[in-house]
Design a protein around this ligand. Structure first.
Ligand SMILES: [Zn+2]
Length: 286
């Protein structure tokens, strides 16, 4: 049975998987395999989250999120806080997917404790994932900030760039947040124009990834170079260049990210095309 979304307040001793989040860190229990605490309410783990709510059910087992205001002074036995990024490939995939949701929901839960319109404390709605203001009636929902990310190809080369936020030596594909009133397509063209000064075409949707750091949804695209010379803005992008699939390649983002999936897809495409060219020259494929 897959994950089924749920929402609303949680009884203090509700039993199930408990996703205790502190920022983008999650409380996990030592393995193997590494897992998420399962039990009857935060008190069972000696924890007092600032707020908590239902997430849904995984294989019929209730899942709850508890937002911790600070790291626990005494973590439950055998448990510790670990960054969500580090847990990719470590936590079993179904739990990791719920953890991604939990980190995003916990961030929203703590950021929406007061009504944005009148300042009164809000309460969790019971009919959908929302906060309701008892004074003015305003409802607020988890913010999801869409961002585009695009792999630009020029023959057998890919455009990779270095942001000042990256670890030393790391390059990735370009990304940026969607502005109000903008289509995804307009956003891709604008970001590429602003950050590296080139024009692109043949834009194609690739896939998406929730990115709860703290509240993005990454929308991946592939595109092809059309015109212009790379000129970096030195603010969002420090360096950018065309990197050949045959290498050498710089340090790339980790396997967790859609950025890496886009780069791996480019490399696979070039290898596939090379194999087809070789076969054709040998007369294997008409
Ligand atoms: Zn209000």
């Amino acid at each position: 049975m897959p994950f089924v979304s749920g929402w609303g307040p949680v009884a203090a001793e509700a039993a199930g998987w408990w996703f205790f989040c502190q920022g983008t860190q999650l409380l996990v229990a030592d393995g193997p395999p590494v897992t998420v605490p399962r039990g009857a309410g935060p008190a069972a783990f000696g924890l007092a989250p600032q707020s908590m709510q239902q997430l849904g059910t995984l294989d019929g087992v209730p899942c709850f999120v508890g937002a911790l205001a600070a790291p626990p002074e005494v973590p439950p036995p055998g448990c510790c806080l670990v960054g969500l990024r580090e847990l990719f490939g470590v936590l079993p995939d179904p739990l990791y997917a719920v953890a991604t949701r939990a980190v995003h929901v916990a961030h929203w839960d703590l950021a929406s404790r007061y009504c944005g319109r009148c300042g009164e404390p809000t309460a969790l709605a019971v009919d959908e994932r929302a906060k309701q203001c008892p004074a003015c009636g305003q409802r607020s929902y988890p913010q999801i900030a869409p961002a585009v990310i695009v792999a630009v190809r020029r023959g057998d080369r890919i455009l990779l760039a270095r942001s000042p936020r990256f670890a030393p030596g790391m390059f990735s594909v370009l990304a940026g947040f969607v502005e109000p009133g903008e289509t995804l397509e307009q956003c891709v063209h604008r970001e590429i124009r602003e950050e590296v000064g080139i024009e692109i075409g043949n834009l194609r949707y690739f896939g998406s990834q929730p990115w709860p750091f703290p509240n993005s949804l990454m929308l991946g695209f592939t595109a092809e170079y059309v015109a212009g010379e790379i000129m970096v803005d030195r603010v969002e992008v420090l360096e950018a260049d065309w990197f050949p699939a045959a290498g050498p390649l710089p340090i790339l983002p980790g396997k967790l990210s859609i950025a890496r999936a886009l780069i791996d897809n480019f490399l696979a495409e070039v290898i596939h095309e090379g194999t087809r060219r070789k076969r054709r020259s040998r007369g294997v494929l008409g």
